[in-house]
Design a protein around this ligand. Structure first.
Ligand code: NAI
Length: 334
């Protein structure tokens, strides 16, 4: 099968090529998938997309019209796909539901430690031979109240690490409780209560209409002073404008973001020679207590290998007419 891979980065090419072992014809395309670029899939039976590709009705219709028979997301989240349109078109969409929750969980803890102990600022200082410590005072994680929103595969690992590793008091919120976490001493509470009581909040729920802007002006006004926020899930969980206001008021202790609401215009590209036009994003970068990475929490050798292997296994199943184990179905429609 000819398989068009949109938004290809060098590591995508490396890991997909290795996992493919020449069984499908991989067509690596640099542009992101959207209405303007969908035509590049001409002649391909399958399309591979990533988190910031736009899979709206128009794009899906174009792909279906070109004879594309399957869309394979090389990620877990699918908030960028119009599933109703895909269903209507009879176009199966598969994903990689779990490639390495450890990769994201470990990165989350890394961000939290860096933010709390101001490692990003310390590194900038020592590079300038400035070894003064004033301004770098952090706080122990041990004994702090940490709130985990979403205790699925990634959130559960983070909650476990915070509880069993660091000795935090861990609050959690999810639609379903994880009994193993409860046995560890994690306490499930309503989300509002979690946001009010926590000294650290880390977000691991999917982006849905219900979770969109779960941190907004109202919730941010009620948090504990000095709150540390970590988001490695999806940018839309946080109202960035409201977050900036809270940072300006000084009520938030720090924010570490691996994802950003409008990241589709920025991330996964080298923009160092351009003038970034996103004023909200630029404002975020001016705060000393804000740490931003470009959606790299997943980026480990293990995760990239698993993503490539699962994606190609889905393609094999499709080509052979077998059931698609990782198909996103109507049950996922919200
Ligand atoms: P998962 O599906 O295993 O867990 C999500 C959890 O959120 C589930 O337990 C679900 O019940 C819960 N949930 C759903 N709605 C909720 C709500 N309204 N309030 C509280 N909890 C709710 O997903 P997984 O693998 O743990 O991934 C979590 C998120 O991390 C994904 O949605 C994805 O957006 C993001 N992600 C980010 C990556 C990165 O590189 N930064 C890489 C992989 C995933």
């Amino acid at each position: 099968m000819r398989f068009a891979v949109f938004g290809t980065q060098p590591y995508d090419r490396r890991y997909l090529t290795a996992a493919n072992a020449d069984r499908h014809a991989l067509v690596f395309l640099e542009p992101r998938l959207d209405a303007q670029t969908a035509g590049l899939a001409t002649g391909c039976q399958a399309v591979c997309a990533f988190v910031n590709d736009r899979l709206d009705a128009e794009v899906l219709e174009t792909l279906a019209g070109l004879g594309v028979g399957i869309v394979a997301l090389r990620c877990a989240g699918f908030n960028n796909v119009d599933l109703a349109a895909a269903e209507r078109l009879g176009l199966p969409v598969v994903r990689v539901p779990a490639y390495s929750p450890h990769a994201v969980a470990e990165f989350t803890i890394g961000l939290l430690l860096a933010l709390d102990r101001k490692i990003h600022r310390a590194w900038a200082r020592t590079r300038e031979n400035n070894f003064a410590l004033d301004g770098l005072v952090g706080r122990n994680l041990h004994g702090r109240v940490a709130g985990v929103v979403g205790t699925g595969k990634i959130g559960a690992l983070v909650a476990r690490t915070l509880r069993a590793g660091f000795g935090c008091e861990v609050l959690a919120s999810d639609l379903v409780e994880d009994p193993e976490l409860v046995a560890l001493g994690v306490r499930y509470v309503p989300r509002d209560e979690l946001l009010r009581q926590s000294e650290v909040v880390t977000l691991h729920c999917p982006l849905t209409p219900e979770t969109h802007h779960l941190l907004d002006a109202a919730t941010l006004a009620a948090v504990r002073p000095g709150l540390l926020v970590v988001n490695t899930s999806r940018g839309g969980l946080i109202d960035t404008a409201a977050l900036i206001q809270a940072l300006k008021r000084g009520t938030i202790g720090g924010v570490a973001l691996d994802v950003y609401e409008q990241e589709g215009d920025l991330f996964f590209r080298d923009l160092s020679d351009t003038i970034v036009q996103d004023d909200l994003f630029q404002r975020l970068l001016t705060f000393p207590n804000v740490l931003v990475t470009g959606h790299q929490a997943f980026l480990t050798e293990e995760a990239l290998t698993a993503i490539a292997e699962t994606t190609l296994a889905s393609l094999d199943d499709f080509a052979a007419g077998r059931p698609l184990a990782h198909r996103i179905g109507t049950g996922h429609l919200r």
